[in-house]
Write a protein that binds this ligand. Structure first.
Ligand SMILES: CNc1nc2cc3c(cc2[nH]1)N=C(N)NC3
Length: 371
């Protein structure tokens, strides 16, 4: 690991790229999938298991951690890495999206957002500066700017207003972040589903010379085609030598199609949340273990997997655990799903290196038909 934050592209295959981000806390192989660790835990997983299944970096949430246990308290306790026993890099979201999607009674102004906690109703204030301060107190390695996320569909004027506010907040976050060797602050491209606004946002953020660029305001219920069109609109305006991070994405198919279009980093609650609801992602496709057809199926989810949850337990047993609402069912399916996501990312990285990405994607999709 190096004293600074560095991104390198090792190989490309069309728009797809594979490489690595090196930081003092470790190396992140790209394309990378970041398991979501919202409340200082990747739900139902030990940190060691998350590492063993191949994740190099996890995501934490400013919004949740500032409410509980509190940013200053987390700092007193030694920071998020020590607290949750994860010694690799951590990326933290800024709270912009969570305030809009989780908090009650929020009031947004040019200076920030005032909101009430969804946990206990207490009032809180988040400004660009406070978001960066909190992410610093948590010990975050990659910090996200505070942005304003509009829910789609929305009138173009509202989308433009939010995009311009987010740009002003990006500048304030960059000033507040200052120079922190080994750490990074990423901007977030906004602009909804309006191509011209997306391009204007991307170009203005690139002028700020940030260390990485997220594409935000997507994966909020829009059709996959719209999401892919926005990536294609923005990608040519982002520097090739800096990471691109698509926030909140996605299904295995979303990942394949987004990597194909030049995205390097992802986070999504899909594999962990689906696991808790009895859904297994496998190379044969998605399997709902609650379904009675599994009641006497002695096969494992995937006998070829290196993950014990996929290889060593019968579908009948997993079906029983899910039907019985047993905690072990959530644990094993979360483990399986995260392992499958990491295997998919590793497969993409190898395929890009060997110049066979499109073949890999086609073969992967073909495998899903046999769930
Ligand atoms: C689940 N979909 C999703 N879209 C997102 C979009 C954003 C985000 C988180 C998301 N999650 N965080 C931000 N700070 N801004 C944009």
């Amino acid at each position: 690991p190096t004293p600074d934050f560095r991104f390198r592209v090792d190989a490309t295959d069309g728009q797809a790229r594979t490489g690595a981000i090196t930081m003092p806390r470790g190396v992140v192989r790209t394309p990378a999938f970041m398991p979501v660790g919202t409340a200082a835990t990747v739900k139902a997983m030990y940190a060691d298991q998350v590492r063993e299944l191949g994740a190099d970096i996890v995501l934490g949430n400013t919004y949740h951690l500032m409410l509980r246990p509190g940013a200053e308290r987390m700092a007193r306790l030694g920071g998020l890495h020590h607290f949750m026993r994860w010694d690799g890099p951590i990326l933290t979201d800024s709270g912009g999206f969570q305030v809009m999607s989780l908090s009650a009674l929020r009031k947004l102004d040019a200076d920030g957002v005032t909101f009430r906690s969804h946990i206990d109703g207490t009032a809180h204030r988040m400004s660009p500066e406070r978001s960066i301060e909190i992410q610093g107190l948590l010990g975050s390695d990659i910090q996200m700017q505070l942005d304003e996320c509009v829910r789609l569909p929305a009138p173009p004027e509202a989308i433009e207003k939010a995009m311009r506010l987010s740009l002003r907040w990006a500048e304030r976050c960059r000033t507040a972040f200052g120079e922190q060797p080994g750490k990074a602050m990423f901007g977030i491209v906004q602009g909804g589903d309006v191509p011209d606004l997306r391009v204007a946002s991307a170009r203005a953020l690139v002028d700020l010379d940030l260390k990485g660029y997220a594409i935000g305001g997507l994966a909020v219920g829009e059709p996959q085609a719209v999401m892919l069109a926005m990536i294609e609109t923005v990608e040519p305006h982002l520097p090739a030598h800096k990471p691109r991070y698509l926030m909140g994405v996605g299904t295995p198919d979303d990942l394949l199609r987004s990597v194909e279009r030049g995205v390097d980093m992802f986070d999504c609650v899909m594999p962990t949340r689906a696991g808790r609801h009895g859904l297994a992602y496998t190379r044969h496709g998605r399997i709902n273990l609650r379904n009675a057809r599994h009641a006497e199926d002695t096969r494992p989810l995937d006998e070829a997997s290196a993950c014990p949850a996929a290889r060593d337990y019968s579908r009948a047993y997993l079906h029983h655990l899910v039907r019985s609402d047993e905690i072990l069912g959530m644990m094993l399916l979360t483990w399986n799903n995260l392992a499958y996501y990491q295997d998919l990312m590793a497969g993409m990285r190898a395929a890009i290196r060997e110049g066979r990405f499109l073949t890999f994607a086609a073969e992967t999709r073909a495998g899903w038909e046999r769930a």
